[in-house]
Design a protein around this ligand. Structure first.
Ligand code: SAM
Ligand code: GLN
Length: 332
């Protein structure tokens, strides 16, 4: 059924002898998605229509008065049906934009979210500040016997040496650390074989990773899959943090993510507890841990941090919408 067609014909404006215009289809779908309780119905409708027609959203805006072909109408109807059945838009599109990367999105791994982009903003800010501090210290040092001042890393090099991404899923965090030259050696760990398959594919899309970064995808469970003596300057994770009871209340889209990517025991803190149990020992002095956490978990995570190390600095931080979302700890 072409829902856009059926709805579009009721609208005022240009009626045409053939099928509906793209604009009519768009208006119809936007209303249908909104009626189904989808928040950004208009934007999603535009994306579904662009996908069906095979053009960018910008080009779509310039061609809204064109007729929607019968073939495109069928593709569109199928995409809308999937969306109304609760499938996330990114699975239908088959990809998701994450910072500067375009990553595959399907049932194999958790679809990366905007909150995690914000977590990476914090990581980058920390890495830059740390580099500046190291530079300033090097510059303050008196010149050596040959009159040469030893300055820290050149600007084009990575900010830190080694980083670990716990529960890499699609590879979103680890690949960003590579792409944005945050670390020169990166371990991306996940216990899900399927997720790592997707991460491997995504890695091929990040060209410069190959050349300048030692990038290792590891299948296994924390901390067993990390060498006992292995130390990092940076540990970053968006772990599963949803509790078993919360899981039942999540919207249908979220249930298309693998449940092992979301659920972490009765209080949602199972993996966070494990990360914290080993983070101190696996960080180098001056290294830092960055975690994405659930909105209601700030106080508990702060307590756990106090119990697991004599940290130089810790912080529980909010996202741009003012919700508690992140935890930070820097090792002495
Ligand atoms: N880092 C990705 C992102 O931010 O989009 C994916 C995060 S997803 C919420 C959590 C990931 O942790 C899943 O891919 C899951 O398979 C993995 N995971 C869960 N428990 C784990 C464990 N004990 N050891 C390793 N990986 C684990
Ligand atoms: N932010 C996710 C959601 O509820 C949960 C992510 C996670 O458990 N890491 O959609």
């Amino acid at each position: 059924m072409n829902r856009g067609d059926a709805e579009g014909r009721d609208l005022p404006g240009a009626r045409r002898p053939g099928g509906p215009s793209r604009r009519q289809a768009l208006d119809g779908i936007a209303r249908e998605l909104a009626a189904a309780g989808i928040d950004s119905a208009r934007v999603e409708a535009e994306r579904l229509l662009s996908l069906a027609v095979g053009i960018s959203r910008a080009d779509l805006q310039l061609s809204l008065e064109s007729e929607l072909s019968a073939g495109d109408a069928r593709t569109l109807a199928d995409a809308v049906r999937r969306r109304l059945a609760g499938e996330p838009l990114q699975h239908i599109e088959g990809s998701v934009e994450f910072r500067d990367l375009v990553l595959a999105a399907d049932r194999r791994a958790f679809v990366p979210r905007p909150e995690t982009e914000q977590l990476l903003d914090r990581v980058l800010e920390w890495a830059r500040e740390r580099q500046q501090a190291l530079r300033a210290r090097a510059e303050a040092r008196p010149v050596d016997a040959e009159g040469v001042r030893v300055v820290s890393r050149p600007a084009e090099r990575a900010y830190v040496d080694a980083a670990l991404d716990v529960g890499t899923g699609s590879g979103a965090i680890a690949l960003t650390l590579a792409d944005e030259h945050v670390a020169s050696r990166i371990v991306a760990l996940d216990r899900s074989h399927q997720a790592l398959e997707q991460a491997t594919e995504n890695r091929r899309g990040v060209g410069q990773t190959e050349a300048s970064v030692e990038f290792r995808l590891v299948e296994g469970t924390l901390w067993g899959a990390v060498g006992e003596g292995e130390r990092f300057d940076l540990i970053v994770s968006n772990p599963p943090y949803v509790s078993t009871t919360e899981m039942e209340r999540l919207p249908p889209e979220v249930r298309h993510d693998p449940s092992e990517a979301l659920v972490a025991g009765e209080d949602g803190l199972d993996l966070i507890r494990e990360i914290l149990a080993g983070a101190w020992d696996h960080l180098r002095p001056g290294g830092a841990l960055f975690l994405e956490i659930g909105e209601g978990q700030g106080e508990r995570v702060e307590e756990l941090l106090r119990e697991t190390g004599d940290w130089a600095r810790t912080a529980i931080q909010k996202d741009l919408a003012g919700r508690v979302r992140f935890a930070f700890a820097e090792r002495r």
